[in-house]
Design a protein around this ligand. Structure first.
Ligand code: ZN
Length: 185
């Protein structure tokens, strides 16, 4: 849970620290606005992906299921600046499937907290393996990091791509290539 008062106090100190006048009109409600914003941005910390992934259906269809272009927004934990982009999630069912929106919900759970893209990719894959017990999972994230494009090396448009594969996707290049083809289409 976000401690609203603590965040407000911290934002006041940050504003003072960068030399701002916290009494000027434009900044008067900024600490409160930011505290409320963090409640939303960090809401995934209080959520469990299992709540979404436990609603499974039996299915005899055991071909790859891909949900692609899931837009997400997260916060890099090194700079507390946004990174955002698309997630592509595929799995091979083993008699159990989950509602497609639940894959997007799972991405949200791990996006809405301070994150590292590599870690987030693995967490999504592990949650699906744990709760759905599929034959395999592969997750790919493509994201632009504001800490890379707005400051530091300043490379606008550059993307960081991360992949996590589990089960049958781990060493099967035929399956992996099928996934990449479907993501590209
Ligand atoms: Zn960063």
């Amino acid at each position: 849970m976000v401690d609203h008062e603590k965040v407000k106090e911290a934002v006041r100190m940050l504003l003072e620290g960068i030399g701002e006048d916290i009494s000027r009109e434009g900044l008067r409600d900024t600490p409160d606005r930011i505290a409320r914003m963090y409640e939303e941005i960090c809401s995934g910390m209080d959520e469990d992906a299992g709540e979404h992934l436990s609603k499974v259906f039996t299915s005899s269809q055991n071909e790859m299921v891909l949900e692609k272009d899931i837009v997400f927004y997260s916060m890099c934990e090194h700079h507390m600046m946004p990174f955002y982009g698309k997630a592509h999630v595929a799995y091979i069912p083993d008699g159990k499937v989950v509602g497609l929106s639940k894959l997007a919900r799972t991405v949200e759970v791990y996006a809405k907290r301070l994150q590292i893209q590599e870690q987030m990719t693995g967490q999504i894959a592990d949650a699906i393996m744990e709760h759905l017990n599929p034959k395999g999972v592969i997750v790919m994230l493509e994201a632009e990091h504001m800490c890379m494009t707005m400051r530091g090396v300043k490379k606008p448009g550059s993307k960081t791509v991360t992949i996590a594969s589990r089960g049958e996707f781990k060493d099967n290049t035929v399956l992996q290539n099928q996934f990449f083809q479907m993501v590209k289409q």
